[in-house]
Write a protein that binds this ligand. Structure first.
Ligand SMILES: *Cc1c(COP(=O)(O)O)cnc(C)c1O
Length: 235
């Protein structure tokens, strides 16, 4: 068995245990294998081990990899989205985790209409209000959603966050809980459906699952340490 296959098996196991601890069903958690900086061979190894959902954060890198990997996989875009790349991103990814402004959401909706596609989107929330990260402030999400849910070419799945890096589990848990509570508040007050929460990475996906994550974005724990940084941000 390849190392990637072994890692995947262990991570699925840890997701199952986290689900069991809080009475959730493992089928409700989508493991997104973040293959950024790794080549198509790594993607193929993961696919052979049954992995279907993959995440990429840079279009230039993702496009050729997605073409080479071939059909049958589901690609998620998790990096910051430039307006001038939306058309190409929609050409290769069906789920966008990082919609970070109302203006961008409108633009994606317009391009999606032209391309006759209906992307699934998450609104990215910058809970820590870090200047290095994009996203809506927690207090802005509800109002933006009022308009975004009315855009017929977008399917809004829910909220996504990349919380500040924390030393301990208690602090990470606090951010994840905050995203879930924000979602619950919005659902209660506005009636929109927001079934999904994209949160948790290699270092903290179990805590995220315990707090309600439906999508965990796990890279290095599957593919190994990345040898270069992406976007000057997460790496
Ligand atoms: C790189 C990246 C991940 C995966 O990070 P790991 O720590 O390698 O699991 C998750 N989400 C986003 C947005 C990323 O850019």
């Amino acid at each position: 068995m390849s190392e990637v296959a072994v890692n995947l098996r262990e991570i699925r196991c840890r997701i199952e245990s986290a689900c069991a601890r809080v009475g959730r069903s493992p089928g409700d958690v989508c493991l997104v294998a973040v293959s950024k900086t790794f080549g198509v061979d790594a993607v193929r190894e993961a696919a052979l081990a049954g992995q279907v959902a993959f995440g990429e954060s840079r279009l230039q890198e993702a496009e050729p990899k997605i073409t080479e990997a071939g059909p049958g996989l589901s690609w998620h875009f998790i990096g910051s989205i430039q307006r001038n790349k939306v058309r190409r991103i929609l050409g290769c990814c069906r789920v966008l985790h990082s919609v970070d402004s109302l203006r961008l959401a409108r633009h994606i909706a317009t391009v999606a209409e032209e391309l006759r596609v209906k992307p699934q989107v998450f609104l990215q929330v910058n809970l820590g209000e870090e200047t290095s990260k994009g996203g809506f402030k927690a207090g802005e999400v509800s109002q933006a959603l009022n308009e975004i849910v009315s855009l017929p070419t977008l399917e809004v799945l829910g909220l996504m966050t990349i919380p500040p890096v924390e030393e301990d589990e208690v602090a990470s848990r606090g951010w994840f809980r905050q995203l879930r509570e924000l979602r619950d508040d919005i659902v209660r007050t506005s009636g929109v459906k927001l079934p999904c929460l994209s949160m948790g990475m290699s270092g903290d996906f179990e805590v995220a699952v315990e707090e309600g994550a439906t999508h965990v974005r796990v890279g290095s724990a599957i593919f190994g340490t990345r040898s270069y940084r992406v976007d000057g941000e997460l790496g």
